[in-house]
Design a protein around this ligand. Structure first.
Ligand SMILES: Nc1ncnc2c1ncn2[C@@H]1O[C@H](COP(=O)(O)OP(=O)(O)O)[C@@H](O)[C@H]1O
Ligand SMILES: [Mg+2]
Length: 238
């Protein structure tokens, strides 16, 4: 079996002196969709922030693509091929879609690679190609989320971490975003997502983790967790 693409091993981290993550561990293999679910405040976003270098772990190890990235700066983590789409579909509202995507490619200097990235991204999100001249701030929430995701793809990452990609979207866009995540996997991307929409996140997941109070609580394949009576009762509304 191949080595995992990402391994977080017994990660402890927090804010100030308050410990939030207590020995959190997870693994992502190339080609997978891995979902992380759990109640509000469980430490899901903190886990992502620690993996991508916005928070330094107190203890534990983070390995990516065979290399130790524990405590590495976010821009250097990105250069290693690990992209992060933070919660809140953050776009540059005054800039056009095209300019937002160009910003996403800022670490890329090879024009040919940037052109290829645009092709791949526009193939996945044709609407962004149609709207390339539109200011991002004038788009709907769901469209802005596509811009935020597409921007992360401009570096052609090996792994993309998405924090709550469907949060606050209308039902139509929630469905569309989940469809896009599956399309991205089919196109060869490896995805890890944090989601409050637990049922849908498990439905598309190859494997999933449940975090609670900063600890690993359950893990398994998406289908197994989806049908687990305890998981159902606790996290899927019975
Ligand atoms: N910047 C911060 N400073 C202090 N505490 C924080 C900060 N961000 C999150 N927390 C706390 O860390 C805990 C986990 O938060 P978070 O990782 O955002 O949870 P989740 O994403 O699972 O909802 C919560 O108790 C939250 O209040
Ligand atoms: Mg969160």
């Amino acid at each position: 079996m191949n080595a995992p693409l990402l391994t977080a091993h017994n990660v402890t981290a927090g804010y100030g002196r308050i410990e939030i993550l207590h020995d959190v561990s997870l693994e992502v293999r190339s080609g997978e969709i891995v979902s992380i679910i759990g109640p509000n405040g469980a430490g899901k976003s903190t886990t992502f922030k620690t993996i991508v270098g916005f928070l330094e772990p107190w203890t534990g190890r983070i390995l990516f693509n065979g290399e130790d990235i524990t405590g590495l700066r976010p821009d250097l983590v990105l250069r290693r091929g690990l992209a992060y789409v933070p919660q809140g579909r953050i776009v540059l509202p005054q800039m056009t879609v095209l300019e937002n995507l160009e910003m996403g490619a800022y670490i890329e200097t090879d024009r040919g690679r940037i052109a290829e990235a645009f092709e791949r991204v526009y193939a996945l999100f044709p609407i962004l190609s149609e709207r390339r001249k539109q200011r991002a701030g004038t788009m709907s929430g769901g469209e802005q989320q596509m811009v935020a995701i597409a921007r992360a793809l401009m570096t052609t990452p090996r792994l993309i971490l998405l924090d709550e990609p469907s949060l606050g979207l209308s039902p139509k866009y929630v469905s569309l975003i989940f469809e896009k995540l599956v399309e991205m996997q089919r196109a060869g991307y490896t995805l890890t997502l944090v989601e409050q929409n637990a049922a849908r996140a498990l439905a598309i997941a190859d494997r999933a983790y449940v975090l609670e109070l900063g600890r690993n609580r359950f893990e398994g394949t998406g289908p197994r967790l989806l049908s687990d009576p305890e998981v159902k009762q606790l996290y899927l509304g019975g």
